[in-house]
Design a protein around this ligand. Structure first.
Ligand code: FES
Ligand code: FES
Length: 156
């Protein structure tokens, strides 16, 4: 079937198998490989992207379900001048990553979280990101990064 998805402002139209997952469409048809595949079973959140502005695990969505919709990946977050998005900047400042594998999904989930709740508590950040797993950081600096991005005090 033919699927057309606007990804980071550019429409990508490709013939794919009906069972093609959105994450594979993003990585293989659109060639955008920041979105990682950690589990393929909706467990880890590494594949999180925004679908019409809402965070989704793209291993859980068929490309066909996103046909005619708009997707944002990590590559689409930066400003026109190439500046980092405030959440990307905060992850860097607060050392919110180590190996970096979870980071694209973690950042996309954080962008969505702050969109819905611009001044979350630390507990709300933890609850909001509970679908995204990180094997390295212990989450403390990730929570710090989201607090930083929201303009709130960061716990040292
Ligand atoms: S790869 Fe999608 S949730 Fe793990
Ligand atoms: S930084 Fe390694 S999995 Fe999160």
């Amino acid at each position: 079937m033919k699927v057309s998805i606007e990804i980071n402002g550019t429409t990508v139209s490709e013939e794919v198998e009906d069972r093609t997952l959105l994450v594979h469409f993003v990585r293989e048809q659109a060639g955008l490989t920041a979105t990682n595949i950690g589990c393929d079973t909706t467990s880890c959140g590494a594949c999180t992207v925004l679908l019409d502005g809402e965070s989704v695990k793209s291993c859980t969505v068929l490309a066909a379900q996103a046909d005619g919709h708009s997707v944002t990946t990590l590559e689409g977050l930066h400003g026109e001048d190439g500046d980092l998005h405030p959440v990307q900047r905060a992850f860097r400042e607060e050392h919110g990553l180590q190996c970096g594998f979870c980071t694209p999904g973690m950042i996309m989930a954080s962008v969505s979280l702050l969109d819905h709740n611009p001044k979350p508590t630390r507990q709300e950040v933890r609850a909001g990101l509970e679908g995204n797993l990180c094997r390295c950081t212990g989450y403390h600096n990730i929570v710090n990064a989201v607090m930083n991005a929201s303009g709130q005090e960061v716990q040292r």
